[in-house]
Write a protein that binds this ligand. Structure first.
Ligand SMILES: [Mg+2]
Length: 368
């Protein structure tokens, strides 16, 4: 029997800086451009593409530290190559950039493997959820009311039944405006759409509880990072005092990080980001950690990077349909998905993650 497969024979990495369509800010930072680090791997005549949202230095790390251990590996043995990459960054430090770089390569390797086997990635991984729920995410503190309403109207027209807005403006120093904006969004979306808020660690624990109580009538269902995600005691205290589910985990880059959050009783739903934690390989392990604590997971940002592996995740709650990344992914790729009705349905008619890089369109954004 002929065996599909081959060796990884090429790896390329580049960084692309894309201006936002308007200034964007949350409770604790602001930005006017987003950098994407793209990785392409080739083998057996096919190309796999992965990416992460990280400073351009991550592309240098891919070329300098990861490429030597990835080239020449068997393209079917992605978990083995993942382990080799994790070992290779020991002295560089696994958390942060190194893990983001590993994620982009890992996603490219899974895409390559699925393409060589001529399977959609979600079919290779095995589907649990054919429909992947999403929530609309944006609602930046930098938006004026017109921009906010326009964004909310877009999600409502698409039939997305959950939306998330940013609060905790200026490190929790503008609570009156936070509350006015929460009430405004509840008015715009009506009673039937779930309202989520994300403070990006901008409040203290008691302050977060007071905000939640003041917004009681608005029926907030999800309170993300009410305090810093490193403050497990604070998260647990807020969790005990508010009705909304408390969520955190977007900065996690290894299994011990996710276990500590779960073990501390800090979250009602664990957030995991495959573009940061180590790609598809580490996502599959992180979600198992959450499951062992009886928790569901929610995918953080980069919705098209998550769609296939989310479909393969038993304890999935939803993915974040993040305005900034949705816009970039539609600029960069053909084959992007439609969130109509509030779900993504990974494509059965294309191999890999189903996305094709629009190389001429992205070239002008290249910075490294
Ligand atoms: Mg967040």
């Amino acid at each position: 029997m002929a065996r599909a497969g081959g060796l990884v024979d090429t790896l390329q990495a580049g960084a692309y800086r894309v201006p936002t369509d308007a200034p964007e800010a949350d409770g604790t930072t602001s930005w006017d451009a987003t950098t994407v680090v793209l990785v392409q791997v080739r083998g057996a005549g096919a190309t796999g593409t992965g990416w992460t949202y990280a400073p351009a230095a991550a592309a240098g790390l891919v070329r300098e530290v990861l490429r030597p251990v990835v080239l020449g590996t068997d393209l079917l043995d992605v978990p083995g190559t993942s382990q080799a990459m994790v070992r290779a960054v020991r002295n560089a430090g696994r958390p942060g950039l190194a893990s983001y770089a590993i994620s982009a390569v890992d996603v490219a390797l899974w895409d390559l493997k699925a393409r060589v086997l001529d399977l959609p990635l979600h079919r290779l991984l095995g589907v649990v959820h054919p429909h992947v729920p999403v929530y609309g995410s944006g609602g930046f503190t930098s938006y004026d009311q017109g921009q906010l309403d326009h964004q909310l109207d877009g999600w409502l027209e698409q039939g997305i039944p959950r939306v998330k807005m940013k609060i905790g403006e200026s490190w929790g120093s503008r609570v009156t405006r936070d509350l006015e904006r929460i009430r405004h969004v509840r008015n715009v979306i009506g009673d039937d759409v779930e309202l989520f808020v994300d403070a990006n660690g901008g409040y203290s624990a008691k302050q977060a509880v007071r905000v939640a109580r003041a917004a009681q009538a608005c029926d907030v269902r999800w309170f993300e990072e009410p305090v810093s995600s490193d403050d497990h005691e604070g998260l647990r205290a807020v969790r005990a005092a508010v009705d909304a589910d408390v969520a955190a985990g977007e900065y996690g880059t290894d299994l011990y990080y996710f276990r500590r959050l779960c073990e501390a009783g800090a979250v009602d739903c664990l957030q995991v980001d495959a573009s940061r934690c180590g790609g598809v390989t580490e996502w599959l392990r992180a979600v198992a950690v959450a499951a062992s604590f009886g928790l569901e997971v929610s995918g953080h940002c980069a919705p098209h990077l998550h769609a296939a592996v989310a479909a393969a995740t038993p304890n999935l709650r939803h993915l974040e349909w993040f305005h900034d990344h949705v816009r970039i992914e539609s600029m960069f790729f053909d084959g992007t998905l439609d969130p109509a009705g509030g779900c993504l349905v990974p494509r059965d008619d294309a191999p890999g993650h189903g996305l094709t890089l629009r190389e001429p369109d992205v070239a002008p954004y290249r910075v490294a």
